[in-house]
Design a binder for this molecule. Sequence first.
Ligand code: SF4
Ligand code: SF4
Ligand code: SF4
Length: 225
Amino acid sequence: MSLSRKQFLSNLALGSGGLAIMSSFGFMSVSVNDYNSLKAIVIDFDKCAGCRTCETVCSSQNHKFEINGSFVHGLGNPELSNIRVWRYNPPLDIPVTCFLCADAPCVEACPVKPHPETGRKALYRDEELGTIINDYDRCIGCQSCADACRTNRGGVIFPDVEGSPHGMCTLCDGDPSCVKWCPYEALSYLEINSEMDFRNMTPRQIATRLLEKYYDVETSKNAAL
Ligand code: SF4
Ligand code: SF4
Ligand code: SF4
């Protein structure tokens, strides 16, 4: 039986087993508070019209293809976007991209031992922009990060066929296209702070709060949520 590359890496990591995992318990992800002026995509749900331009722009920008040696923007495909717009009933549109969570539960969940020189797991925070990055060569494809993000936060990590995370916001290297192109100015690229509303919540939790605000309904009795 042949092993995929990820299965091979996984067996290696889990073969050295408890040691690798135990040694990562003390690993501290870099806190957002350690950054000066860390900026993230901040969403104004009052302004979002659910047009999904952000999904189209993001997927087009991040999935370019080559023609005669030149790279051109790809076709917009929401399935490939790093920002996803959740739709609820009664009408609510909830765009969600990486919150750059201070405690980064995705990084905490990664079982790969921190690299002895860089301190980075297979999933780590970029020191400059604060984005979450996957080291594909060290990733074992266990999907722990995707599970942690989906359970606790925005659910913005989408495993590829080998289980490695993709679909994480790159902030377009500091010049976010989704912010530029949102026709309703619902997206901003702002310095973040702990008081900002709706950060670090799941789309369902955000929808529950907004449903109460916009429709004045008791969400516990609402079948849609
Ligand atoms: S482009 Fe703006 S208004 Fe349209 S779905 Fe995205 S965030 Fe909402
Ligand atoms: S939103 Fe998800 S991917 Fe982004 S930092 Fe939080 S847990 Fe990690
Ligand atoms: S900042 Fe760039 S990568 Fe991130 S969601 Fe917006 S368009 Fe996509």
